[in-house]
Write a protein that binds this ligand. Structure first.
Ligand SMILES: Nc1ncnc2c1ncn2[C@@H]1O[C@H](COP(=O)(O)OP(=O)(O)OP(=O)(O)O)[C@@H](O)[C@H]1O
Ligand SMILES: O=C(O)[C@H](O)COP(=O)(O)O
Length: 393
């Protein structure tokens, strides 16, 4: 990376504004998955050990510029306090005289957390005034919010116009892992793309066709490709307006000698319901009125064989409607194949990361990204504004 990182700056006694992605899922006010908090700890601990005065900032949810009590970051401050064994002081606001006072009275190694930056409308507008106010709180800006690096907001990008801006350890690790997988992979490189729709991942597929040896397509989006091959998909989710594009992507792959693997069989259900009657059928024999909800057992085996032989594997998106237990087998068998492979396995965030967690296989993956949208934009080959804004080496 050609950007300054934490190790390049002197931190002792400095006030450091650290943008994290603490946008964690909540249920009844309780954190249900703390992967992003865990991912932030190395940077927080390093800053404490190096006697910085730490001002943490993050968004939580989408309060759209208004104060929403249920989206307060207090619950996150409490959890980090437990994890680091030292109180994280919770600020009453994002920006106010009280907040400035709190920041100015931090001791070396002390940590505070600002309130949800999206309580202010200027955050998502990347407002220059708010960016300046963030910068005025500190001497150095550290961006460690990989999950929000695809957003050009006041606390992820704007602030970097006013003070020295360096990458935190999580951003550095994410860029190294994802970058190595797609730009300098050990081969064969296999990408597995799933999820609901082709339209969400056109950019990813186009970019990966340039790089991979094999592209496995599963989940709802495989239906559009199968339809493009001329199969009748019954009531399955098919994007009619993307059938021509799917044909074109398959042609591009053939021209580049990249193999596109589609599921040779499918689990089909009579209704979009976990309890509905279901059966496994070859991909060209979806019964009239039925819908594909998962890949079949033969497809799962074929995909697994290719995955376990790969040296590098990138996975984004489930193979079926994995939220419903009866339609989750295909997704779990892909997760197991990644765990079994001796190659480097990288899981893009969001649903695939949740599936790996649910299968209890997280520890066996090379890297699970903390970014959903951000990891997708990275896989599309796009520049991430939160990284772009950092100070050059
Ligand atoms: N055959 C199918 N028919 C309908 N929906 C499907 C099918 N296969 C998968 N899905 C749905 O696709 C959704 C996940 O798609 P998405 O593109 O959001 O995945 P993702 O990229 O892993 O998630 P995120 O966007 O959170 O990172 C799941 O809710 C799943 O139920
Ligand atoms: O969860 C995410 O993908 C990030 O925290 C970004 O959130 P956003 O999509 O609301 O900008």
């Amino acid at each position: 990376m050609n950007k300054l990182t934490l190790k390049d700056v002197n931190l002792k006694g400095k006030k450091v504004f650290v943008r994290m992605d603490f946008n964690v899922p909540l249920n009844d006010g309780k954190i249900t998955d703390e992967t992003r908090i865990q991912g932030a700890l190395p940077t927080i601990q390093y800053l404490m050990e190096n006697e910085a005065k730490v001002i943490l900032a993050s968004h939580l949810g989408r309060p759209k510029g208004q104060v929403k009590k249920e989206l307060s970051l207090k619950v996150v401050a409490d959890r980090i306090s437990e994890l680091i064994g030292r109180e994280v002081k919770m600020a009453p606001d994002v920006i106010s005289d009280k907040v400035t006072e709190m920041a100015n009275s931090l001791e070396n190694g002390e940590v505070m957390l600002l309130e949800n930056v999206r309580f202010l409308p200027g955050e998502e507008k990347n407002d220059a005034q708010l960016s300046k106010e963030f910068a005025a709180l500190a001497d150095i800006f550290v961006n460690d919010a990989f999950g929000t690096a695809h957003r050009a907001h006041a606390s992820t990008a704007g602030i970097a116009d006013y003070i020295q801006a360096v990458a935190g350890f999580l951003i550095e690790k994410e860029l190294n892992m994802l970058g190595e997988a797609v730009n300098n992979p050990k081969r064969p490189l296999v990408a597995i793309i799933g999820g609901a729709k082709v339209s969400d991942k056109i950019g990813v597929i186009e970019n990966l066709i340039e790089k991979v040896d094999t592209l496995i397509i599963g989940g709802g989006m495989a239906n559009t490709f199968l339809s493009a091959k001329g199969y009748d998909m019954g009531n399955s989710l098919v994007e009619e307006d993307k059938i021509e594009l799917a044909k074109d992507l398959m042609k591009q792959a053939t021209a580049k000698k990249v193999e596109i693997m589609l599921p040779s069989d499918l689990l089909v259900a009579e209704k979009f319901d976990n309890e509905a009657p279901s059966q496994i059928v070859p991909c060209d024999q979806v019964p009239n009125g039925w819908m594909a909800v998962d890949i079949g057992t033969k497809a799962a085996e074929e995909f697994s064989q290719v995955i376990t032989k790969a040296q590098t594997i990138v996975w984004n998106g489930p193979m079926g409607v994995f939220e419903m237990d009866n339609f989750a087998k295909g997704t779990f068998s892909v997760a197991k194949a990644l765990a079994k492979s001796e190659g480097l396995s990288i899981v893009g965030g969001g649903d695939s990361a949740a599936a790996v967690e649910k299968a209890g296989l997280a520890k066996q993956m090379g890297h699970i990204s903390t970014g959903g949208g951000a990891s997708l934009e990275f896989l599309e080959g796009k520049t991430l504004p939160g990284v772009e804004a950092l100070t050059e080496k």
